[in-house]
Design a protein around this ligand. Sequence first.
Ligand code: NAP
Length: 186
Amino acid sequence: MAASLDGFIARKDGRVDWLETSDEFADGDTIDPEFAEAFLRTIDCYVMGSRTYETALNFEAKGSGWVYGDKPVFVLTSRELPRTRDTIEFYSGDLAQFVNGRLRPTFRTIWFVGGGVVSGECLRLGLADEVRYSILPILIGDGISFFEKLDRDIALHLVEVEAYRSGIVELRYEVRRHRGESRNVT
Ligand SMILES: NC(=O)c1ccc[n+]([C@@H]2O[C@H](COP(=O)([O-])OP(=O)(O)OC[C@H]3O[C@@H](n4cnc5c(N)ncnc54)[C@H](OP(=O)(O)O)[C@@H]3O)[C@@H](O)[C@H]2O)c1
């Protein structure tokens, strides 16, 4: 996910207007569209919380398109929400059971889109292998945290750092597990 330097992925009311920044870091890399497309092809399916889905539907209604292409998108919700395409599936219940029992046997690369509730749940349940964090050059003071309600420390191993001309810094971490801990420990 993309977050402000102070760790927020959206304002309290869900707005993400601050994602457009105007910084310039002269030594930074530019994003190669071909590389970005090749990377997106490696993702086999997406998982997101209902509030993130509602934001995606709003973006689409305003003409910004559907960024998940024809990949399966699993939306976590206990509510009845509009299903706008065949690639969307809704799920409610135990996330560990869903990811390990249903998704992992079929999909190799499962991308958790967010938001904060779902990424927190994913880490708390020990489901994440990697965390990708893009820091934007802005502080917004308050909002929805990247990881809501973690109840323990999660040790990480830094594997990649990339600084872009736009001032965005991309961090990639592996989630470190204690000896004998499997990926679905709660
Ligand atoms: N900056 C970024 O990169 C980025 C990325 C993603 C999202 N966002 C922003 O983050 C905000 C949303 O984040 P959020 O933390 O408020 O919400 P969220 O994580 O998108 O959605 C949370 C909701 O998903 C449903 N849910 C979660 N786990 C479930 C489960 N196991 N079973 C059934 N339902 C489950 C529940 O809603 P129900 O009431 O429907 O059951 C829960 O309230 C949006 O503003 C979005 O734009 C930003």
